[in-house]
Design a protein around this ligand. Structure first.
Ligand SMILES: Cc1ncc(COP(=O)(O)O)c(C=O)c1O
Length: 394
Protein backbone atom coordinates (compact mmCIF):
# COMPACT_ATOMS: atom_id res chain seq x y z
CA UNK A 1 0.00 0.00 0.00
CA UNK A 2 1.66 3.26 -1.02
CA UNK A 3 -0.76 5.48 0.88
CA UNK A 4 -0.52 5.36 4.65
CA UNK A 5 -3.64 4.73 6.68
CA UNK A 6 -5.14 7.28 9.07
CA UNK A 7 -3.69 7.32 12.59
CA UNK A 8 -7.09 6.40 14.05
CA UNK A 9 -6.71 2.93 12.59
CA UNK A 10 -3.69 2.33 14.82
CA UNK A 11 -6.23 1.91 17.61
CA UNK A 12 -9.13 0.30 15.75
CA UNK A 13 -9.08 -3.35 14.71
CA UNK A 14 -11.26 -5.16 12.21
CA UNK A 15 -14.50 -6.29 13.88
CA UNK A 16 -13.89 -9.78 15.40
CA UNK A 17 -16.71 -11.44 13.46
CA UNK A 18 -15.62 -9.90 10.19
CA UNK A 19 -12.26 -11.75 10.48
CA UNK A 20 -13.42 -14.94 12.24
CA UNK A 21 -16.31 -15.60 9.88
CA UNK A 22 -13.76 -15.66 7.06
CA UNK A 23 -12.22 -18.68 8.81
CA UNK A 24 -15.68 -20.23 9.16
CA UNK A 25 -16.33 -19.68 5.42
CA UNK A 26 -13.01 -21.26 4.50
CA UNK A 27 -13.96 -24.41 6.40
CA UNK A 28 -17.34 -24.44 4.65
CA UNK A 29 -15.60 -24.06 1.27
CA UNK A 30 -13.57 -27.14 2.12
CA UNK A 31 -16.87 -29.01 2.34
CA UNK A 32 -17.44 -29.02 6.11
CA UNK A 33 -20.96 -28.40 7.37
CA UNK A 34 -20.17 -25.66 9.87
CA UNK A 35 -23.04 -24.76 12.18
CA UNK A 36 -22.81 -21.17 13.34
CA UNK A 37 -24.35 -20.64 16.77
CA UNK A 38 -22.26 -17.56 17.44
CA UNK A 39 -23.99 -14.74 15.63
CA UNK A 40 -27.16 -12.93 16.63
CA UNK A 41 -28.62 -12.58 13.17
CA UNK A 42 -32.27 -13.70 13.25
CA UNK A 43 -32.97 -16.59 10.88
CA UNK A 44 -36.75 -16.09 11.17
CA UNK A 45 -38.77 -13.94 8.77
CA UNK A 46 -40.55 -10.65 9.47
CA UNK A 47 -44.35 -10.85 9.62
CA UNK A 48 -46.15 -11.54 6.34
CA UNK A 49 -47.78 -8.06 6.43
CA UNK A 50 -44.31 -6.51 6.63
CA UNK A 51 -43.06 -8.39 3.58
CA UNK A 52 -46.24 -7.71 1.58
CA UNK A 53 -45.95 -3.99 2.33
CA UNK A 54 -42.37 -3.95 1.13
CA UNK A 55 -43.34 -5.78 -2.08
CA UNK A 56 -46.29 -3.48 -2.81
CA UNK A 57 -44.40 -0.29 -2.07
CA UNK A 58 -41.34 -1.37 -4.05
CA UNK A 59 -43.57 -1.96 -7.09
CA UNK A 60 -44.65 1.72 -7.18
CA UNK A 61 -42.53 3.75 -9.60
CA UNK A 62 -42.75 6.91 -7.47
CA UNK A 63 -41.21 5.22 -4.40
CA UNK A 64 -37.56 5.14 -5.42
CA UNK A 65 -36.45 8.69 -4.82
CA UNK A 66 -34.33 10.11 -1.98
CA UNK A 67 -36.22 10.35 1.27
CA UNK A 68 -36.33 12.88 4.14
CA UNK A 69 -33.24 12.99 6.39
CA UNK A 70 -35.42 12.69 9.48
CA UNK A 71 -37.33 9.68 8.18
CA UNK A 72 -40.89 9.31 7.01
CA UNK A 73 -43.47 11.00 9.31
CA UNK A 74 -45.56 7.80 9.09
CA UNK A 75 -42.63 5.76 10.44
CA UNK A 76 -41.99 8.22 13.28
CA UNK A 77 -45.70 8.11 14.16
CA UNK A 78 -45.59 4.31 14.27
CA UNK A 79 -42.49 4.34 16.48
CA UNK A 80 -44.20 6.81 18.80
CA UNK A 81 -47.28 4.58 19.10
CA UNK A 82 -45.11 1.49 19.58
CA UNK A 83 -43.20 3.18 22.40
CA UNK A 84 -46.42 4.06 24.15
CA UNK A 85 -47.79 0.55 23.69
CA UNK A 86 -44.76 -1.40 24.84
CA UNK A 87 -42.87 0.98 27.15
CA UNK A 88 -45.57 3.43 28.27
CA UNK A 89 -43.32 6.28 27.07
CA UNK A 90 -44.73 9.31 25.22
CA UNK A 91 -42.55 10.62 22.43
CA UNK A 92 -43.20 13.52 20.12
CA UNK A 93 -43.16 11.93 16.68
CA UNK A 94 -41.87 15.12 15.05
CA UNK A 95 -38.97 16.00 17.33
CA UNK A 96 -38.06 13.16 19.64
CA UNK A 97 -37.56 10.25 17.21
CA UNK A 98 -34.88 9.95 14.56
CA UNK A 99 -35.00 6.83 12.35
CA UNK A 100 -31.61 5.27 11.60
CA UNK A 101 -30.22 2.61 9.30
CA UNK A 102 -29.94 0.20 12.19
CA UNK A 103 -28.94 1.27 15.68
CA UNK A 104 -25.25 0.53 15.07
CA UNK A 105 -24.82 3.66 12.96
CA UNK A 106 -26.38 5.63 15.82
CA UNK A 107 -23.36 4.81 17.97
CA UNK A 108 -21.13 6.57 15.44
CA UNK A 109 -23.49 9.52 14.97
CA UNK A 110 -23.81 10.12 18.71
CA UNK A 111 -20.05 9.86 19.16
CA UNK A 112 -19.29 12.26 16.31
CA UNK A 113 -21.90 14.70 17.57
CA UNK A 114 -20.80 14.81 21.22
CA UNK A 115 -17.17 13.76 21.59
CA UNK A 116 -14.01 15.77 21.10
CA UNK A 117 -10.60 14.10 21.01
CA UNK A 118 -9.51 13.62 24.61
CA UNK A 119 -13.05 13.37 26.02
CA UNK A 120 -13.67 10.22 27.98
CA UNK A 121 -16.36 7.61 27.41
CA UNK A 122 -17.58 5.05 29.92
CA UNK A 123 -18.19 1.70 28.27
CA UNK A 124 -19.36 -1.46 30.05
CA UNK A 125 -16.67 -3.95 31.02
CA UNK A 126 -18.73 -6.36 28.92
CA UNK A 127 -20.71 -4.95 26.04
CA UNK A 128 -21.34 -4.53 22.35
CA UNK A 129 -17.85 -3.94 20.87
CA UNK A 130 -18.85 -0.88 18.80
CA UNK A 131 -19.20 1.37 21.91
CA UNK A 132 -15.49 0.98 22.45
CA UNK A 133 -14.24 0.96 18.86
CA UNK A 134 -16.29 3.96 17.75
CA UNK A 135 -15.17 5.97 20.79
CA UNK A 136 -11.59 5.20 19.82
CA UNK A 137 -12.27 6.02 16.19
CA UNK A 138 -13.33 9.56 17.11
CA UNK A 139 -10.26 10.08 19.32
CA UNK A 140 -11.99 9.77 22.69
CA UNK A 141 -10.47 7.85 25.59
CA UNK A 142 -12.29 4.69 26.62
CA UNK A 143 -12.81 4.06 30.34
CA UNK A 144 -14.43 0.78 31.34
CA UNK A 145 -17.03 0.88 34.05
CA UNK A 146 -16.96 -2.12 36.38
CA UNK A 147 -19.91 -4.52 36.42
CA UNK A 148 -20.94 -6.78 39.27
CA UNK A 149 -20.35 -10.37 38.13
CA UNK A 150 -23.69 -12.19 38.30
CA UNK A 151 -26.15 -9.28 38.20
CA UNK A 152 -24.03 -7.56 35.54
CA UNK A 153 -25.25 -4.17 36.71
CA UNK A 154 -22.76 -1.29 36.93
CA UNK A 155 -20.79 -1.41 40.16
CA UNK A 156 -21.89 1.98 41.49
CA UNK A 157 -19.62 1.78 44.56
CA UNK A 158 -16.58 1.52 42.33
CA UNK A 159 -17.95 4.05 39.82
CA UNK A 160 -18.27 6.61 42.61
CA UNK A 161 -14.57 6.31 43.40
CA UNK A 162 -13.51 6.99 39.78
CA UNK A 163 -12.52 10.45 38.57
CA UNK A 164 -15.13 11.06 35.91
CA UNK A 165 -14.48 14.76 35.30
CA UNK A 166 -13.64 14.21 31.63
CA UNK A 167 -16.40 11.68 30.92
CA UNK A 168 -18.99 12.90 28.45
CA UNK A 169 -20.84 9.73 27.43
CA UNK A 170 -21.78 6.50 29.22
CA UNK A 171 -22.98 3.51 27.16
CA UNK A 172 -25.41 1.11 28.79
CA UNK A 173 -27.53 -1.75 27.48
CA UNK A 174 -30.26 -3.62 29.42
CA UNK A 175 -31.48 -6.27 28.75
CA UNK A 176 -27.76 -6.71 28.49
CA UNK A 177 -25.84 -8.25 25.65
CA UNK A 178 -23.84 -10.48 26.11
CA UNK A 179 -24.79 -11.41 29.69
CA UNK A 180 -28.58 -11.60 29.30
CA UNK A 181 -29.05 -9.53 32.48
CA UNK A 182 -32.51 -7.95 32.59
CA UNK A 183 -33.41 -4.27 32.81
CA UNK A 184 -35.05 -2.89 35.94
CA UNK A 185 -36.78 0.39 36.77
CA UNK A 186 -34.64 0.83 39.87
CA UNK A 187 -31.42 0.39 37.87
CA UNK A 188 -32.57 2.92 35.29
CA UNK A 189 -33.54 5.41 38.02
CA UNK A 190 -30.10 5.03 39.59
CA UNK A 191 -28.38 5.50 36.24
CA UNK A 192 -30.35 8.62 35.35
CA UNK A 193 -29.64 10.16 38.76
CA UNK A 194 -25.95 9.29 38.39
CA UNK A 195 -25.76 10.80 34.88
CA UNK A 196 -27.46 13.99 36.04
CA UNK A 197 -25.11 14.39 38.98
CA UNK A 198 -22.03 13.76 36.84
CA UNK A 199 -23.36 15.63 33.78
CA UNK A 200 -22.88 12.65 31.49
CA UNK A 201 -24.92 11.82 28.38
CA UNK A 202 -26.42 8.41 29.13
CA UNK A 203 -26.79 6.42 25.91
CA UNK A 204 -29.02 3.43 26.38
CA UNK A 205 -29.04 0.74 23.72
CA UNK A 206 -32.28 -1.23 23.93
CA UNK A 207 -32.63 -3.79 21.11
CA UNK A 208 -33.47 -6.88 23.20
CA UNK A 209 -36.41 -5.88 25.39
CA UNK A 210 -38.99 -7.89 23.41
CA UNK A 211 -37.05 -11.14 23.23
CA UNK A 212 -37.53 -13.79 25.94
CA UNK A 213 -38.30 -11.06 28.43
CA UNK A 214 -40.72 -12.17 31.09
CA UNK A 215 -41.03 -8.68 32.54
CA UNK A 216 -42.66 -5.65 30.96
CA UNK A 217 -40.17 -4.07 28.52
CA UNK A 218 -38.78 -0.83 29.89
CA UNK A 219 -37.14 2.20 28.40
CA UNK A 220 -34.64 4.47 30.12
CA UNK A 221 -36.88 7.32 28.95
CA UNK A 222 -39.61 6.12 31.31
CA UNK A 223 -37.62 7.52 34.24
CA UNK A 224 -39.06 10.97 35.03
CA UNK A 225 -36.69 13.68 33.79
CA UNK A 226 -34.54 11.17 31.89
CA UNK A 227 -34.69 13.15 28.65
CA UNK A 228 -32.43 15.82 30.20
CA UNK A 229 -29.48 13.41 30.12
CA UNK A 230 -30.50 10.23 28.31
CA UNK A 231 -31.08 9.10 24.76
CA UNK A 232 -32.15 5.63 23.69
CA UNK A 233 -31.32 3.55 20.65
CA UNK A 234 -33.74 0.87 19.57
CA UNK A 235 -33.83 -1.48 16.62
CA UNK A 236 -36.09 -3.74 14.58
CA UNK A 237 -33.23 -6.12 13.83
CA UNK A 238 -34.03 -8.60 16.60
CA UNK A 239 -37.54 -7.69 17.77
CA UNK A 240 -39.01 -7.88 14.24
CA UNK A 241 -36.49 -10.18 12.48
CA UNK A 242 -35.36 -7.33 10.25
CA UNK A 243 -31.59 -7.27 10.82
CA UNK A 244 -30.71 -7.06 7.13
CA UNK A 245 -33.21 -4.27 6.49
CA UNK A 246 -31.23 -1.85 8.63
CA UNK A 247 -33.97 -0.17 10.62
CA UNK A 248 -33.51 1.39 14.03
CA UNK A 249 -33.84 4.79 15.63
CA UNK A 250 -32.72 7.08 18.37
CA UNK A 251 -35.18 8.67 20.79
CA UNK A 252 -34.51 11.62 23.01
CA UNK A 253 -34.91 15.33 23.57
CA UNK A 254 -35.02 17.52 20.47
CA UNK A 255 -31.84 19.35 21.51
CA UNK A 256 -29.83 16.13 21.37
CA UNK A 257 -31.40 14.89 18.14
CA UNK A 258 -30.85 18.26 16.45
CA UNK A 259 -27.08 17.85 17.00
CA UNK A 260 -27.12 14.25 15.76
CA UNK A 261 -28.96 15.14 12.55
CA UNK A 262 -26.12 17.54 11.68
CA UNK A 263 -23.86 14.48 11.43
CA UNK A 264 -26.34 12.03 9.95
CA UNK A 265 -27.55 14.32 7.17
CA UNK A 266 -23.97 14.57 5.95
CA UNK A 267 -23.50 10.81 5.95
CA UNK A 268 -26.57 9.36 4.23
CA UNK A 269 -29.47 10.58 2.15
CA UNK A 270 -32.47 8.97 3.78
CA UNK A 271 -33.82 5.42 3.82
CA UNK A 272 -35.56 3.54 1.02
CA UNK A 273 -39.24 4.48 1.23
CA UNK A 274 -40.66 0.92 0.93
CA UNK A 275 -38.43 -0.18 3.84
CA UNK A 276 -39.76 2.66 5.99
CA UNK A 277 -43.37 1.89 5.04
CA UNK A 278 -42.89 -1.81 5.78
CA UNK A 279 -41.16 -1.01 9.07
CA UNK A 280 -44.13 1.18 10.04
CA UNK A 281 -46.39 -1.78 9.27
CA UNK A 282 -44.23 -4.19 11.28
CA UNK A 283 -44.56 -1.99 14.34
CA UNK A 284 -48.23 -2.92 14.46
CA UNK A 285 -47.50 -6.67 14.51
CA UNK A 286 -49.91 -8.43 16.85
CA UNK A 287 -48.99 -9.58 20.34
CA UNK A 288 -49.59 -13.07 18.95
CA UNK A 289 -46.83 -12.63 16.36
CA UNK A 290 -44.32 -11.62 19.04
CA UNK A 291 -45.45 -14.50 21.25
CA UNK A 292 -44.95 -16.98 18.41
CA UNK A 293 -41.38 -15.76 17.89
CA UNK A 294 -40.65 -16.01 21.58
CA UNK A 295 -42.04 -19.54 21.69
CA UNK A 296 -39.54 -20.54 19.01
CA UNK A 297 -36.68 -18.92 20.95
CA UNK A 298 -37.82 -20.52 24.20
CA UNK A 299 -37.80 -24.00 22.59
CA UNK A 300 -34.34 -23.37 21.17
CA UNK A 301 -33.12 -22.17 24.53
CA UNK A 302 -33.89 -25.56 26.06
CA UNK A 303 -31.55 -27.26 23.55
CA UNK A 304 -28.95 -24.50 23.84
CA UNK A 305 -28.86 -25.12 27.59
CA UNK A 306 -28.24 -28.82 26.93
CA UNK A 307 -25.35 -27.81 24.66
CA UNK A 308 -23.89 -25.73 27.48
CA UNK A 309 -24.37 -28.64 29.87
CA UNK A 310 -22.51 -30.95 27.53
CA UNK A 311 -19.62 -28.45 27.48
CA UNK A 312 -19.57 -28.38 31.29
CA UNK A 313 -20.48 -24.65 31.43
CA UNK A 314 -22.19 -22.70 34.21
CA UNK A 315 -24.94 -20.26 33.30
CA UNK A 316 -27.84 -18.38 34.79
CA UNK A 317 -31.33 -19.60 33.89
CA UNK A 318 -33.09 -16.24 33.86
CA UNK A 319 -31.35 -14.66 30.87
CA UNK A 320 -33.20 -12.19 28.64
CA UNK A 321 -32.55 -11.69 24.93
CA UNK A 322 -31.51 -14.02 22.14
CA UNK A 323 -28.26 -15.34 23.58
CA UNK A 324 -27.03 -17.56 26.34
CA UNK A 325 -23.98 -16.40 28.26
CA UNK A 326 -22.03 -19.07 30.06
CA UNK A 327 -18.86 -19.52 32.07
CA UNK A 328 -16.55 -22.23 30.81
CA UNK A 329 -15.46 -25.06 33.06
CA UNK A 330 -12.50 -24.23 35.33
CA UNK A 331 -10.49 -27.10 33.88
CA UNK A 332 -10.56 -25.63 30.34
CA UNK A 333 -7.43 -23.78 29.24
CA UNK A 334 -9.24 -20.80 27.67
CA UNK A 335 -12.45 -19.86 25.88
CA UNK A 336 -10.40 -19.23 22.74
CA UNK A 337 -9.03 -22.75 22.85
CA UNK A 338 -12.54 -24.14 23.38
CA UNK A 339 -13.99 -22.08 20.51
CA UNK A 340 -11.25 -23.14 18.10
CA UNK A 341 -11.50 -26.75 19.19
CA UNK A 342 -15.26 -26.76 18.61
CA UNK A 343 -14.82 -25.08 15.25
CA UNK A 344 -12.10 -27.36 13.88
CA UNK A 345 -13.07 -30.68 15.51
CA UNK A 346 -16.86 -30.42 15.61
CA UNK A 347 -17.52 -27.72 12.99
CA UNK A 348 -19.54 -25.67 15.43
CA UNK A 349 -18.88 -21.96 15.79
CA UNK A 350 -19.79 -20.04 18.92
CA UNK A 351 -18.56 -16.71 20.25
CA UNK A 352 -15.76 -16.39 22.79
CA UNK A 353 -16.67 -13.98 25.58
CA UNK A 354 -13.48 -11.91 25.33
CA UNK A 355 -14.75 -10.11 22.24
CA UNK A 356 -17.15 -8.25 24.55
CA UNK A 357 -14.41 -7.26 27.02
CA UNK A 358 -11.59 -8.81 29.06
CA UNK A 359 -14.01 -9.74 31.82
CA UNK A 360 -15.54 -12.18 29.34
CA UNK A 361 -12.28 -14.11 29.03
CA UNK A 362 -13.68 -17.29 30.55
CA UNK A 363 -17.13 -17.04 28.99
CA UNK A 364 -18.79 -18.07 25.76
CA UNK A 365 -21.98 -16.87 24.08
CA UNK A 366 -24.46 -19.01 22.17
CA UNK A 367 -27.01 -17.39 19.89
CA UNK A 368 -30.58 -18.66 19.61
CA UNK A 369 -30.74 -17.72 15.91
CA UNK A 370 -30.32 -21.31 14.78
CA UNK A 371 -33.23 -23.72 14.12
CA UNK A 372 -33.90 -26.26 16.83
CA UNK A 373 -33.00 -29.24 14.60
CA UNK A 374 -29.57 -27.73 13.90
CA UNK A 375 -29.07 -27.13 17.60
CA UNK A 376 -29.89 -30.81 18.11
CA UNK A 377 -27.30 -31.69 15.46
CA UNK A 378 -24.76 -29.67 17.46
CA UNK A 379 -25.80 -31.53 20.59
CA UNK A 380 -25.31 -34.85 18.77
CA UNK A 381 -21.85 -33.86 17.55
CA UNK A 382 -20.85 -32.80 21.05
CA UNK A 383 -21.70 -36.20 22.50
CA UNK A 384 -18.05 -37.00 21.73
CA UNK A 385 -16.82 -33.87 23.52
CA UNK A 386 -14.63 -34.41 26.52
CA UNK A 387 -13.18 -31.70 28.76
CA UNK A 388 -9.78 -33.41 28.57
CA UNK A 389 -9.55 -32.34 24.94
CA UNK A 390 -9.22 -28.69 25.99
CA UNK A 391 -7.97 -28.87 29.54
CA UNK A 392 -5.24 -26.71 31.07
CA UNK A 393 -1.74 -28.16 30.99
CA UNK A 394 -0.95 -29.83 34.32
C1 LIG B 1 -26.33 -4.53 22.02
C2 LIG B 1 -26.45 -4.26 20.57
N1 LIG B 1 -26.59 -3.01 20.15
C3 LIG B 1 -26.72 -2.71 18.85
C4 LIG B 1 -26.69 -3.69 17.89
C5 LIG B 1 -26.81 -3.28 16.45
O1 LIG B 1 -28.07 -3.53 15.97
P1 LIG B 1 -28.59 -2.96 14.59
O2 LIG B 1 -28.82 -4.13 13.72
O3 LIG B 1 -29.83 -2.21 14.92
O4 LIG B 1 -27.55 -2.04 14.03
C6 LIG B 1 -26.54 -5.01 18.26
C7 LIG B 1 -26.46 -6.05 17.24
O5 LIG B 1 -26.14 -7.17 17.43
C8 LIG B 1 -26.42 -5.31 19.64
O6 LIG B 1 -26.26 -6.57 20.07
Amino acid sequence: MIISRANRLNRVKEYYFSAKLQEVRQLAERGFDVINIGIGSPDLAPSQETISTLQQEAAKPQNHAYQPYRGLPELRESISKWYLRYYGVKLDATNEILPLMGSKEGITHISLAFLNPGDEVLVPELGYPAYRSVSEMVGATVREFPMVEGTWEPDFDKLETMDLAKVKIMWINYPNMPTGAPASASLFEKLVAFAKRKRILLCHDNPYSLILNEKKPISILSVPGAKEVAVELNSMSKSHNMAGWRIGWINGATDYLDEIIKIKSNVDSGMFLPIQKAAAKALSNSEGWHKSQNKIYADRKVVAEEILDSLGCEYSKGQTGMFLWAKINDSIESAEKLVDHLLYEYHVFLSPGFIFGEKGERYIRISLCTPEDKLRTVLGRLSKFNLNQVKKAA
